[in-house]
Design a protein around this ligand. Structure first.
Ligand SMILES: C[S@@+](CC[C@H](N)C(=O)[O-])C[C@H]1O[C@@H](n2cnc3c(N)ncnc32)[C@H](O)[C@@H]1O
Length: 378
């Protein structure tokens, strides 16, 4: 049986949530291995379900690896020569089976480098790109001193250089998976969609999901896409953000309820909510307004009260946000755009900390055993 090796990239901290989505969403996925920001696995066949993964940032088809890569500039030409010898024809055919490519596709090369070198990633990208153009029958969008070339590539080649090895991979989609086609209206402090999808996966709604500070609607939209059978409500104090959320939801083709409300005095009766998922304003990108101006105290008080007896809340807060008086379990940390945030889990008063699904708990243990994350984050 011919299998393909897939490399999925994720935000650091949620690798195990992505692994759970891959293991349950892609029957036939095997040999799943977790590393920092990366989940590698095999599939019997490359198909469009790979492009439907919601908690990963991006997904690539592994083309192969080359060894004995040196650390000086003299290593670049031999590296490029080895790269051209890999089986690009089979990889290109797999991508063409997923989506249409123009007759003369345009491609870019994106390299990441671990370990000391006397060359930078741009030197790798331009050398490998120039060598691969005839092999791929594609035009290389070379990076110049002016920066990135204009226009979007049809193909992206990824070079992961670690020590003396380089892994080569081809992006399956025409854009990174984290870039959602629906999300054209965005405001300050908007949430990275795969992280929103990961929080929704943790909360596993089996009833009403509420985000009382929904901004552009990322969380309720991701919830409705993942669990169309359950209602999702987004609320916010800012009418402009709510209007943007409505346009995003329409483009996503989901039917969510959007309400103008103050999260410090929520208009919902207690115990109505099965899953409360939110990133409240931290005072960094967005200032808390209304009843939350000055302190998130009323938010932290209202969250547990809104939850049904079996409900649970997952809240993402900056490491420096004012800490709630209520006892919330710190479940994980994420690193995003250089900042570290925490995900806190909560249950209604008197209930123990929420349990993870068996699958999530197993992947979390594996990620901890692999040294990718720790009990409280990383
Ligand atoms: C960090 S942003 C949320 C971003 C959102 N998750 C997204 O993906 O766009 C915080 C949001 O809280 C809203 N906000 C501030 N004070 C509020 C209040 N008292 N009640 C409800 N929303 C409030 C802001 O308008 C902003 O949209």
């Amino acid at each position: 049986v011919v299998t393909a090796t897939i490399v999925a990239r994720s935000v650091h901290g949620i690798e195990w949530i992505a692994a759970d989505e891959i293991a349950t969403g892609l029957p036939g996925a095997g040999d799943l291995a977790l590393a920092r920001r990366e989940i590698t696995f095999t599939v019997p066949e490359v198909d469009e379900r790979l492009l439907g993964l919601r908690t990963v940032d991006d997904v690539f088809l592994s083309v192969g690896r080359v060894t004995d890569v040196g650390s000086t500039k003299a290593a670049l030409a031999p590296l490029a020569a080895q790269v051209t010898g890999l089986d690009w024809g089979t990889a290109l055919a797999a991508v063409r089976a997923l989506r249409a490519l123009p007759r003369l596709p345009r491609f870019d090369v994106v390299a990441s480098i671990e370990g000391r070198r006397s060359f930078n990633r741009y030197a790798v990208e331009n050398t490998v790109g120039a060598a691969l153009a005839p092999v791929l029958s594609a035009a290389h969008l070379a990076r110049t001193n002016e920066g990135r070339p204009a226009g979007e590539p049809d193909l992206t080649v990824r070079v992961f250089l670690r020590g003396e090895e380089a892994g080569l991979a081809l992006r399956l989609g025409d854009a990174p998976l984290h870039r959602r086609a629906y999300k054209l209206d965005t405001g300050p402090g908007t949430l990275h969609p795969p992280l929103a999808a990961a929080l929704v996966r943790l909360a596993a709604p089996a009833g009403l999901l509420l985000d009382p500070c929904c901004g552009d609607g990322t969380i309720p939209i991701e919830a409705a896409l993942a669990n169309p059978e359950f209602p999702a409500i987004g609320a916010d104090l800012d009418p402009a953000r709510l209007a943007g959320a409505r346009r995003n939801a329409d483009r996503a083709g989901v039917n969510i309820q959007l309400v103008r409300a103050d999260a410090g005095a929520p208009p919902w009766r207690p115990h109505q909510v099965d899953a409360l998922v939110s990133n409240p304003p931290w005072g960094l990108a967005v200032d808390p307004a209304g009843r939350l101006a000055g302190s998130l105290r009323d938010f932290w008080r209202s969250v547990p009260e809104l939850l049904d007896t079996t409900g649970r809340g997952y809240l993402i807060v900056d490491d420096e946000t004012d800490r709630p008086a209520v006892d919330l379990a710190a479940l994980l940390r994420v690193r995003l755009a250089g900042r570290v945030s925490q995900v806190l889990a909560c249950t209604p008063p008197g209930q123990p900390a929420p349990a993870l699904s068996a699958g999530l708990a197993r992947w979390r243990r594996r990620a901890i055993a692999a040294g990718v994350v720790t009990e409280d984050g990383f």
